[in-house]
Design a protein around this ligand. Structure first.
Ligand code: GAL
Length: 499
């Protein structure tokens, strides 16, 4: 802890924040986020191609709660003007959305660029800019074109070039106006989830598929970054990164520190080390452990596909900021003798022989994997700052689920307040956090939970063909934070500053 953080820490303990310390820096950007498949609908309008989520959920609707899918979702394909209006109502500085690859390039390749797809995103970008709201654009948020999945998707190394071609089209169309870019959303969920039945393509292949995907995602990101760097940066001066997800992890006992460090490397280092560390490549200790595991299991090739020296150089340093999606925290411990490791990936790892769980003292939410531990965000931000050479961090997702469709969402309002407080504390620790985008602007298609789990600042009436959007209390609260650029002192929940 440095001097400033000691001061801030004691202020928090004593509950006497000065007005200055409750304030976000004037340039801090507040935003909200969404993603194409979760909000757009319009799955077959015009010449749109199929994404893997479109196709797989049509073929296997039982994968999702209530057999829901994103065919219509929030109908943002038609209601984008209302979405911009909501961003304006909230007073957002930034709106994060994603481009549907198969809407822009129906075949997955640049042989044909959809006029309709092109215009849709032009309208959205221009509409936001007219209101003074910066677009933060994700190029791929889980919805790979099915045509590319049929060719092996993220497990095929050729995808790095296919993605680079797509990125080149996207930059050529929009880089004149978009200054913040994310190449790929949460590679961890795409690869580790996609190869563990949690996300499309819904494969179960934890020994090979997820690690092939892991490496290919990194190369794809790097190629896209290099295109921007070489052809667009000098003209437009934008910033490019990829978004990572990790839960924060804490050791159950001090003896579990080593295995907790490995867990962080397994979740984060596998996607971040190659890009953000000075040495590049895989995190060394983890690489050895996983490759030893593979050898013991009789595999002839290393579990983590090796990088060539050229690939290490290609990927290393391909970032302009760190984009962090943070939701919750887990405790980690090594398995006891005879105990099986956690099966599901939020419950532990058979590679690391761990069990992960929630501290029973942390408030729970109606969604079983999610408990509330705000200091985890500050700890994680400090860890990132100390571990990688990051000059700037933007929190690209943070939010809490509920099952209640109603407008009184006290837990969400308090979650935002408490997590934003941790962002302020991290800034006071010396971490350069420059932005925060809440997940999510409005209730939407929440992947395997369909429309049951709700993360929205705005409620959406999914039984209404107009998909009416109504602000929740959390939206009013968030908008008052944005307008005042401050939160109220801790422990003062009776005076949450919302109007
Ligand atoms: C993230 C994902 C979002 C959203 C969120 C809430 O993993 O990027 O699309 O669904 O989780 O679960």
């Amino acid at each position: 802890m440095n001097f400033i953080s000691v001061v801030v820490f004691s202020i928090v303990i004593h509950g006497s924040w000065s007005e200055e310390q409750l304030k976000f820096p004037p340039s801090f950007m507040f935003g909200a986020a969404s993603a194409a498949y979760q909000v757009e609908g319009g799955w077959n309008v015009s010449d749109k191609g199929l994404s893997m989520w479109d196709k797989i959920l049509h073929d296997r609707p039982e994968l999702v709660a209530n057999r829901n899918n994103g065919d219509v979702a929030c109908d943002s394909y038609h209601l984008w003007r209302r979405d911009i209006e909501m961003c304006e109502e909230l007073g957002l500085n930034m709106y994060r959305f994603s481009i549907s690859w198969s809407r822009l390039l129906p075949s997955g390749f640049p042989n044909h660029i959809s006029e309709d797809g092109k215009n849709y995103y032009n309208n959205l970008i221009d509409g936001l800019l007219e209101k003074g709201i910066q677009p933060l654009v994700t190029m791929n948020h889980f919805d790979l074109p099915m045509s590319l999945q049929d060719l092996g998707g993220w497990a095929n190394p050729l995808i790095a070039d296919w993605f680079a071609d797509y990125a080149e089209v996207v930059f050529s169309l929009y880089a004149d106006r978009v200054k913040y870019w994310l190449t790929i959303n949460e590679a961890y969920i795409q690869c580790d989830g996609g190869y563990h039945m949690e996300a499309a393509p819904f494969f179960e292949d934890m020994k090979l598929g997820r690690y092939l995907c892991n490496k290919n995602v990194l190369i794809a990101h790097a190629k896209a970054y290099r295109i921007y760097d070489e052809q667009y940066r000098y003209k437009y001066h934008g910033k490019v990164s990829l978004s990572t997800l990790f839960f924060w992890f804490k050791p159950f006992t001090p003896e579990d520190q080593e295995v907790t460090d490995l867990t962080i490397e397994h979740w984060e280092g596998r996607y971040a080390h190659a890009i953000f560390s000075k040495e590049g490549g895989w995190p060394r200790k983890l690489e050895k452990l996983l490759n030893d595991n593979a050898k013991k299991e009789g595999y002839w090739h290393p579990r983590l596909p090796p990088f060539t020296p050229e690939e290490i150089e290609l990927v290393r340093g391909t970032y302009d900021f760190y984009a962090l999606n943070h939701y919750t925290t887990r405790l980690v411990r090594r398995v006891n003798p005879g105990e099986p490791p956690g099966k599901w990936f939020f419950e532990g790892s058979d590679e690391l022989n761990t069990v992960m769980f929630k501290d029973p003292s942390w408030p729970s939410t109606p969604v079983y994997w999610f408990s509330v531990y705000p200091p985890g965000l500050r700890e994680q931000l400090n860890w990132l700052n100390a571990t990688y050479d990051v000059k700037e961090i933007i929190i690209t997702e943070n939010g809490v689920p509920s099952l209640d469709p109603g407008l009184v969402d006290t837990q969400r309002l308090e979650y935002y307040r408490d997590y934003l407080e941790q962002v302020l504390l991290a800034i006071n620790d010396g971490v350069n956090v420059t932005g925060y985008t809440a997940w999510t602007l409005m209730d939407n298609f929440e992947w395997l939970s369909g429309y049951i789990a709700k993360f929205g600042l705005y409620a959406v009436d999914f039984s209404d063909p107009n998909r009416t959007r109504t602000p929740r209390e959390s939206a009013r609260y968030y908008s008052s934070v944005i307008r005042s650029r401050m939160i109220h002192p801790p422990q003062d929940k009776t005076k949450l500053n919302y109007v």
